[in-house]
Write a protein that binds this ligand. Structure first.
Ligand code: ADP
Ligand code: ADP
Length: 222
C-alpha cells in the first residue's frame, strides 16, 4: 500500500538539472529517509511535493489520484530555515502559524496546546524562543509544521547542526509520530543517521533515485 507516488519527476533551473526522472513511492505511517549528498535534488523534490516548485514533468499521486492544489492540509513542512520570532513566546508563535494555516482563533489555541503536548514541549509554552537550546528550537519548528495535523510531514535536513543528544531526541520524536500514524519524510546527507533511524530509505543522486526500499531488504541485498 502506498500513499504517495512520485513518478518521473523532472526539474531544471536554467542549465542545471535538479531532478532527472525521480521515481519512488511512500507507504503510509512510515519514517522515510531521503538520503543524498549536497546538490542531489532533495530540497527541490520536497518543494515539488509541497507545490512550492512546479516540476517540468512527471507526476505526483496521492492515494492513486494526481495531487491537486489542496496540499496545505495534507502536508506539514519544516524547511531548513524558517524565520520564527526570537522574542515571541512559544505558544503565541505556534498559534500564529496555526491561524495562518486557516484555523480560527479558538481552534488554533486548542491545536497549539495539543501539538505542544504531543511533542513533549508543553512546559516550553510560555518561554521565549531565543531562550531555548537549539534542540528545543527545532522542536518548536516541528510544532509549527505539525499544528494543522497533516497526514505527511516533510522535513528538510532537520538534524543539521544538532548535537548527538539533540539528534537522539529529535529522532525519537519522529519515530513516535510515524508510529502514531503520521507519514514522515525527511532529508539528510548522513548515511549513518538514516540507517539508524529509518524503516525506509530513498537514496537520491544527481536528481535520480539510485536505491529505494526497506532498509532491512537493502541491507540483505548488499
Ligand atoms: P539538495 O537539497 O539535495 O542539496 P537541491 O534541490 O537544493 O539539492 O539542488 C539541486 C541542484 O539544483 C543543485 O545543483 C542546486 O545548485 C540547483 N538549484 C537548486 N535551487 C536552485 C535555484 N533556485 N536556482 C538555480 N539552481 C538551483
Ligand atoms: P540545500 O541546503 O537543501 O541544498 P540550498 O542551499 O541548495 O538548499 O538552497 C537554498 C536556497 O537557494 C533555495 O531557495 C534554492 O532554491 C536556492 N539555490 C540553490 N542553489 C542555487 C543556485 N545554484 N542558484 C540559485 N539559487 C539556488
Amino acid at each position: 500500500r502506498v500513499v504517495l507516488e512520485i513518478e518521473g519527476l523532472r526539474k531544471r533551473y536554467g542549465g542545471t538539472v535538479a531532478l532527472d526522472g525521480c521515481t519512488f513511492a511512500v507507504a503510509p505511517k512510515r519514517l522515510v529517509g531521503l538520503l543524498g549528498p549536497n546538490g542531489a535534488g532533495k530540497t527541490t523534490l520536497m518543494r515539488c511535493l509541497l507545490g512550492l516548485v512546479v516540476p517540468d514533468g512527471g507526476e505526483i499521486r496521492w492515494s492513486g489520484e494526481p495531487l491537486d492544489g489542496d496540499r496545505g492540509r495534507r502536508f506539514g513542512y519544516m524547511p531548513e530555515e524558517r524565520g520564527l520570532y526570537p522574542s515571541m513566546r512559544v505558544a503565541e508563535q505556534v498559534r500564529y502559524f496555526a491561524m495562518l494555516s486557516g484555523l480560527s482563533s479558538a481552534a488554533a489555541a486548542r491545536a497549539t496546546t495539543d501539538v505542544l503536548q504531543r511533542i513533549g514541549a508543553a512546559d516550553l509554552a510560555e518561554r521565549r524562543l531565543e531562550e531555548l537550546s537549539h534542540g528545543n528550537q527545532q522542536r518548536i519548528q516541528l510544532a509549527v509544521a505539525l499544528v494543522h495535523d497533516p497526514e505527511i510531514l516533510v522535513l528538510d535536513e532537520p538534524f543539521a547542526g544538532l548535537d548527538p543528544l539533540g539528534v537522539d531526541q529529535f529522532g525519537a520524536l519522529l519515530l513516535d509520530l510515524a508510529a502514531d500514524g503520521t507519514t514522515v519524510l525527511f532529508s539528510s546527507h548522513q548515511l549513518d543517521l538514516v540507517q539508524h533511524l529509518c524503516q525506509d530509505i530513498v537514496t537520491i543522486h544527481r536528481g535520480r533515485v539510485v536505491l529505494a526500499g526497506e532498509l532491512e531488504e537493502l541491507q540483505r541485498a548488499t
